[in-house]
Design a protein around this ligand. Structure first.
Ligand code: NI
Length: 182
């Protein structure tokens, strides 16, 4: 396995739309190695998720996992989830603002409105169909990662940029407020 280089904001690959992965390609050694490397890269940098465009590969693949993550100390655990060719639909109109960061936008945080519940249909790494309902933080991460696959970053979803904060200032000025309001 290998730790991959993560594209940062400004690299055009983050603004490209990823291509669907042919189902027969999911099981190939190359795709499986990419998934392994994405998982290792996500864990190395304490990401809650990682999309393939972020590691310079235009395939509709994202990985998601939260296990006692120092970058998201209050986030509930999410088991390792490999998402291929996702289709995401909101369940209802309800949206909620919450803090997000991104390995491609290092050391920043901002408040982002997201649907509180979504239906995710995709394939897993064994090319099995997945059809699940996700809520709250899991739903948030799914929306963040599938946005990446469509060339969007969380900044595009912010209603305004007034909460956009460097991580040091976020800890100093926002974290206590976040705990009260979230
Ligand atoms: Ni991101």
């Amino acid at each position: 396995m290998a730790i991959l280089k993560v594209a940062r904001l400004g690299h055009p690959v983050l603004r490209t739309v990823a291509e669907p992965v042919p189902v027969e390609v999911i099981g190939s050694p190359e795709t499986q190695r990419l998934i392994d490397d994405m998982v290792e890269t996500m864990r190395e940098y304490d990401g809650a998720g990682l999309a393939a465009n972020q590691v310079h590969t235009r395939m509709q693949i994202a990985v998601i996992e939260v296990q006692a993550n120092p970058r998201y100390p209050d986030a509930p655990p999410i088991p390792l989830t490999v998402v291929i060719n996702p289709v995401v639909a909101p369940l209802g109109e309800e949206m909620e603002e919450g803090w997000e960061g991104c390995l491609s936008v290092p050391d920043m945080r901002g408040r982002v409105p997201r649907y509180t519940a979504v239906r995710l249909q995709c394939y897993d790494r064994d090319a099995r169909r997945v059809d699940l309902i996700a809520k709250d933080f899991f739903a948030r991460v799914i929306q963040h990662e599938t946005d990446h696959l469509n060339g969007l970053v969380y900044l595009d979803r912010m209603r305004d940029l007034s909460t956009l904060s460097h991580i040091a200032e976020w800890h100093k000025h926002w974290l206590g407020l976040a705990e009260q309001s979230d």
